[in-house]
Design a protein around this ligand. Sequence first.
Ligand code: DP6
Length: 327
Amino acid sequence: MARMRATAVAHPNVALIKYWGKRDDGEANLPAVDSLSITLGAMQSRSTVAFDPEFADDELWLNGRRAPGEQARLTACLDALRSLAGIGWRARVESRNDFPTGAGLASSASGYAALTVAAAAALGIPAGEPRLVDIARIGSGSAPRSLYGGFVRLEQHGEQTRCRSLLAAADWPLEVVVAVTTEAPKATSSRDGMRLSRDSSPYYPAWLQTQPADLAAAEASIATRDFPALAELAEHNCLKMHAVMLTTRPPLLYWSPATLACLQAIQQWRRDGLPVFFTVDAGPQVKAVCEPAAAAEIEQRLAAIPGVLRTIRGGLGEGARLLTGDD
Ligand code: DP6
């Protein structure tokens, strides 16, 4: 029988109201909090998935190299797709990112979103199948958000994840400048870090308790395109997550001196009247979210901060999609 193969692309996303923490340690990877993100059009993951009866095991090739560390969640994700399709064949996945991998730029989100869409198409699962959101989440809790474009809200209902686009990318065309301060992979994965935070940070219960109010306020500020309100909330939520990380045992200190320099500069620029705010994930890169008219200026200023290696600038992006014309 012929091989079944498909290719898809997906963009990373950055959460403005963060996901940090899991309900339990199960393979289903259920998030303890809902989250809200924007999809980043400037960066991309591309995944080709081929199922073949001759393959002995699933294989992931990430940027041209075998990635054995991913085996457990790769196979869990593919098993869920195989059981939906009723097909047992193993798969070979080739994934490439055009940006630093595993360094706090949500490479796992775009990677697993692209993988889910490509693998589903290769297996003949319809693109609108609602369980694809849950399958992407097995790969990475932030991956379901990369299935959608623009402003995306992720909600966990029991075992089921639901995502919806609050605004399309074109409805509020903000821009994002990423200040890359290291190209190296992070020391502690999000998965391990979240477990440690839940088990040891005294601030973790407060994090869980205050998240619904942050989400509601952010959703309202997006509905009214209220940039200053969203800026204040996103920075607050980001720093609250980092407060949980810092008070984890052992501590999760993801920032570099350049990260802090960027945060302080961005706060000053906003006080001076530039429409910009920051957010930072589990790594030292800083994402500056701004109105389009200010983007070139912000990029220039960030690039001049000592320790910023390079910048990546772009608008908001679309959801994951299949590439046609693949054999
Ligand atoms: C800090 O989705 O990478 O970027 O579900 O364990 O794969 P796993 O974690 P992951 O965590 C993302 C954490 C974050 C915040 C966010 O994107 O919401």
